[in-house]
Design a protein around this ligand. Structure first.
Ligand SMILES: Cc1cc2nc3c(=O)[nH]c(=O)nc-3n(C[C@H](O)[C@H](O)[C@H](O)COP(=O)(O)OP(=O)(O)OC[C@H]3O[C@@H](n4cnc5c(N)ncnc54)[C@H](O)[C@@H]3O)c2cc1C
Length: 397
């Protein structure tokens, strides 16, 4: 059973200017994991999160073994939170399917529960979490960063961890050239019938359709998560209407039609995210000040096809904290290490994502997987964070 986690405190007394040793912008997995590691080692950190309350996020909610390893390291108990277990991958294309065992036991858990559990953990360890605070602008130099958090006030910080996810903050925007950004992500949770729940039990389903793909899996409480990525053109063809889009996809994909037979949507409308810069990797920039660390999706965005974005966010949060603790304000060294840890995986996922969007690539991908189901395991293995990279954080020399 999923447990509800207690609400966090609202922004403290507003003040105009103050100084902090370390500010973390964004309380997703990257920001909250960094906060946990730092405060555990006695560093004082304040984390600013724009959402006043826990909320759902666009995500397939598939937790790889690497993400699970980091969550266990941070003290998050996935069993207690009710995460589902997923041991098989099923690929659907034009009414046909191929299935293979995953090379690890994956888990499924909603981001609303997971992100909140991590923030609560950071707070219990001593991090100051300020909710409902949006950072509007930042500027940085070699000495410090200045953060404008609107009515919350202005903060001067020696070190800044930028973990605002897909959202750029004015003054420190990413240069996402070379990435694909014509995609739209959607997510909706459903209560589905017992027969369909049984068919999904223990499986993550990937469905390829014209100009996009979908992931379907169970999360806590037997809830089904449907997460789709479609091109803008495809959404336009559906008249920019979610209901038409999902109707069209169910018409093209019998597995989606089956799973969503008499479903009960659990939100009024799907969550969506536009212009996802898939393939982006930040490289150290000599002009960037040493105290500005980019974490999570601000560091790199792996196409969601592989379900490794969360482990990369956790890896970046833990590695940034460990770099600061052991080597000080050397963000260029951190960015270099991170780029080397994720570059290969992001590139492979980028190629797969391109193939998975259009029918010639989809046909090739499906037939290759049907001929060699172990290929799905190899792809799953090649797009993961390497053990050596994780050991640098989990068991530093
Ligand atoms: C369609 C899709 C499906 C995906 N599926 C999976 C999957 O199944 N498995 C997987 O591992 N990964 C998946 N991912 C990737 C994963 O969701 C991300 O990589 C991960 O969420 C990145 O974590 P983060 O902490 O960097 O950012 P986020 O989780 O986005 O957190 C950023 C936080 O910063 C806050 N914030 C933003 N701007 C400001 C501001 N100005 N001031 C203060 N706070 C701010 C936000 O409110 C948010 O809480 C998917 C991504 C997409 C788009």
């Amino acid at each position: 059973m999923a447990r509800s986690v207690p609400p966090l405190r609202q922004p403290a007394e507003m003040s105009l200017h103050r100084s902090e040793e370390l500010v973390i912008v964004g309380g997703g997995l990257a920001g909250a994991s960094a906060a946990c590691v730092l405060v555990r080692e006695g560093v004082s950190a304040v984390l600013l999160e724009r959402d006043p309350e826990p909320r759902h996020k666009v995500c397939g909610e598939f937790l790889s073994i690497e993400a699970q390893t980091y969550l266990a390291y941070l003290g998050i108990d996935l069993d207690r939170l009710g995460a589902s277990r997923i041991s098989r991958l099923r690929l659907h294309y034009c009414g046909k399917q191929v299935e293979a065992a995953l090379p690890f036991m994956a888990r499924g858990l909603s981001r609303k529960v997971l992100d909140e559990a991590l923030l609560v953990k950071a707070m219990s360890l001593g991090a100051r979490i300020e909710r409902g605070v949006t950072v509007r602008f930042m500027d940085t130099d070699d000495i410090a960063s200045r953060v404008d958090a609107g009515p919350y006030g202005k903060i001067r910080a020696e070190t800044l961890f930028l973990a605002s996810g897909k959202h750029d903050v004015r003054g420190v925007k990413r240069t996402a050239s070379g990435s694909i950004n014509d995609l739209i992500g959607f997510k909706l949770h459903y209560r589905i019938g017992g027969e369909q729940r049984a068919a999904l039990d223990g499986v993550v389903e990937i469905v390829l359709f014209e100009d996009g793909y979908a992931g379907l899996q169970l999360i806590e409480d037997g809830t089904a998560n449907l997460c789709l990525v479609v091109t803008q053109k495809r959404f336009e063809r559906a008249g920019k209407s979610w209901n038409s889009l999902i109707k069209q996809i169910a018409g093209e994909c019998p597995s989606v039609a089956d799973r969503l037979r008499d479903p009960l949507p659990l939100f009024d409308k799907p969550l969506s995210i536009f212009q996802i810069p898939y393939g982006f990797v930040h490289h150290p920039d000599p002009a960037e000040p040493p105290g500005l660390f980019r974490l999570g999706d601000q560091m790199g965005v792996i196409p969601s096809f592989t379900g490794e974005g969360m482990s990369m966010a956790l890896h970046s949060g833990c590695l940034a904290a460990s770099t600061l603790l052991h080597h000080g304000r050397v963000s260029a060294a951190f960015h270099k290490q991170m780029a080397s840890d994720i570059q290969r995986q992001v590139r492979l996922a980028f190629v797969l994502n391109k193939a998975a969007r259009f029918s010639p690539g989809q046909t090739a991908l499906f037939h290759l997987c049907r001929a060699w189901p172990s290929l799905m395991q190899q792809v799953a293995a090649f797009t993961r964070i390497r053990e050596g990279s994780m050991q640098r954080v989990l068991a530093p020399p």
